[in-house]
Ligand binder design. Structure first.
Ligand SMILES: *[C@@H]1O[C@H](CO)[C@@H](O)[C@H](O)[C@H]1NC(C)=O
Length: 548
């Protein structure tokens, strides 16, 4: 019997490997370099990919193996990260500071990862040194396999919409501000696809339906998107199809992605229409504008910009977030309905309560999670773990619960977790600024979100049926958000503030998801992590170690 089960497992592994080899491969060759652009009329050195700003679309389908060869022509080390992509079993390709050594100036490196069991709208961006403030970002589309239908009529066209706050200052100067312990002031503007107000144009064919794939790729500003006289039909967020609902405007927090369908009018009646992407919770409001023209019209627009929700109306935003539901009845990356994964029936095996905070270290601003502000060690955690290098990190340095009696400290926070654990995480934000949290390698269920303090009785109010599954979630001021995560992806995964300032100043940690029983073929879970890549870059103390 034991041999038979062992044989079955071997067979399954063999089949999986065989499937991998047959998977279509897509290749990208990207040169990352400086260029000059003036989206707000002030020229600035920006980061371009193959001379494009924003960078080119990464377009692939479920199960594809993606190869992205990156040439770093900057004067700084570089890493690209894939926001929302699960990079399954393979945090070696995640491109975060603690999973990879950087690609040094003048060097190239090829990322290789498979898009497993995932569809949807995502984006990539440079993860180091606040380079995102100079651009370097672009959209990622993961299409369903041909055999699967979309849960809506095939749109006439996809339109990628990258929304971002923008500073006229060089990202080096922004970085210096943070290094000196200051906060970033309000941005100078909001860009739509790298363009300033009234510079971005979209063309609608009367009567056709467009899929807008929208991401907030900025540094710190939540954005509200709306189109004059057109409704947004929400259909997808970060890889989950949602119950279809109309919105007149949509709040998109830093690092979040959405798909909405917009149906063009049957006649434009001689006009064009404004699309507005305006800041939320900043004073004053900052506004990005694009123009939608119709092919049946040469009309120049005359009307006022469409109004959004009032600037500091957090309830509007919270209610909207809570209205977004998973569509249980449709398939996504697989044929079976999304709702066939009954997350509400899974036993929670661990609870982690994370509270964000601020500390000052020698009068310099730092941000904390449970009282620990992340400092980068001399060797990336993933490599230190692999080569078993001592004194890089101590799992457990960050407590599972905030401890108000401890002074805030600097530390290299790693949470050790078991493969296939089902973890309940409460994110509590005691401060007056909105937080946006992201976990690499995963999607999680957003089961609760409320103003005020969390306590265990709140669990009775959780949505245990059709909460949306995503990878970036906001926490409103003096509020909490609860998420459930099935830890089914081994590796070293970055949990971070998507607010670039908070992240840069220490608001992150890593979750190290380890397999157990890897020597015993009868115990599933086994260790199914991808091996260290042949082309791995070494740095720090990993330079003293050699691959087997
Ligand atoms: C993206 O890939 C899909 C599937 O191969 C293809 O149908 C589509 O035309 C591509 N889109 C773009 C913009 O290249």
């Amino acid at each position: 019997m034991a041999t038979f089960v062992g044989f079955l497992i071997l067979l399954l592994i063999t089949l999986e490997v065989a499937a991998d080899l047959e998977s279509p491969q897509v290749f990208y060759d990207w040169t990352v370099s400086y260029s000059r652009r003036a989206p707000l009329g002030v020229e600035k050195q920006v980061i371009v990919i193959n001379d494009e700003f924003p960078g080119p679309l990464l377009n692939a389908s479920t199960n594809d193996i993606v190869h992205v060869n990156i040439h770093n022509n900057l004067m700084e080390p570089f890493l690209m990260t894939w926001n929302g992509i699960h990079v399954r079993r393979n945090s070696w390709q995640d491109g975060a500071q603690e999973t990879n050594c950087p690609i040094m100036p003048g060097q190239s490196w090829t990322y290789t990862f498979q898009l497993k069991d995932q569809i949807g709208s995502f984006f990539y961006f440079p993860s180091l040194l606040l380079q995102k403030g100079g651009g370097g970002y672009g959209a990622i589309t993961v299409n369903n396999r041909d055999v699967l239908l979309l849960p809506f009529n095939q749109p006439y066209q996809d339109l990628n919409m990258l929304l971002a706050d923008w500073y006229n200052a060089h990202h080096w100067d922004l970085r210096r501000l943070l290094d000196e312990g200051h906060s970033l002031r309000n941005p100078d503007g909001i860009l739509i696809n790298g363009l300033g107000p009234y510079d971005a144009n979209f063309v609608f064919e009367p009567g056709q339906t467009y899929r807008l794939r929208i991401s907030n790729v900025g540094l710190k500003t939540s954005i509200n998107l709306r189109i004059e006289d057109h409704q947004l039909l929400l259909v997808e967020t970060e890889g989950s199809y949602t119950i279809k609902q109309y919105y007149t405007s949509l709040d998109i927090h830093v690092g979040q992605s959405y798909s909405v369908l917009v149906t063009a009018k049957s006649h434009s009646q001689g006009g064009s229409f404004y699309m507005v992407a305006s800041s939320r919770f900043t004073f004053p409001e900052i506004t990005g504008v694009a123009v939608i023209r119709y092919t049946d019209s040469l009309g120049e627009h005359m009307g006022p910009l469409p109004q959004g929700p009032s600037l500091f109306d957090y309830s509007f935003s919270l209610d909207q977030a809570r209205s977004i539901r998973w569509d249980l009845s449709v398939g996504a990356a697989r044929e079976n309905p999304q709702g066939s994964f009954h997350y509400g029936n899974i036993k929670i095996s661990r609870m982690i309560y994370l509270e964000n905070g601020v500390m000052t270290n020698q009068n310099k601003l730092r941000y904390t999670i449970n009282g620990v502000s992340f400092v980068h060690p001399d060797t990336p955690l993933k490599l230190a773990d692999y080569f078993q290098i001592n004194h890089v990190f101590t799992p457990g340095i960050i407590p599972d619960m905030p401890d108000q009696t401890r002074m805030p400290t600097l530390g290299t926070s790693v949470i050790d977790a078991l493969y296939r654990d089902f973890v309940h995480v409460v994110l509590y934000n005691p401060l007056s600024q909105l937080q946006s949290w992201h976990l690499d390698g995963y999607s999680f269920f957003v089961v609760g979100m409320e103003q005020g303090n969390w306590n265990p009785s709140k669990m009775a109010t959780y949505n245990m049926v059709d909460a949306v599954s995503r990878s970036t979630v906001q926490v409103y001021p003096s509020s909490w958000t609860a998420i459930l995560i099935k830890l089914d992806n081994q590796g070293m995964w970055n949990l971070r503030s998507q607010n670039a300032e908070n992240w840069y100043l220490g608001q992150e940690l890593y979750i190290r998801v380890k397999g157990v029983g890897q020597d015993d073929p009868l115990t599933i879970p086994t260790n199914d992590e991808a091996p260290i890549p042949d082309n791995v870059i070494k740095c720090g103390r990993a330079l003293l170690h050699f691959l087997p």
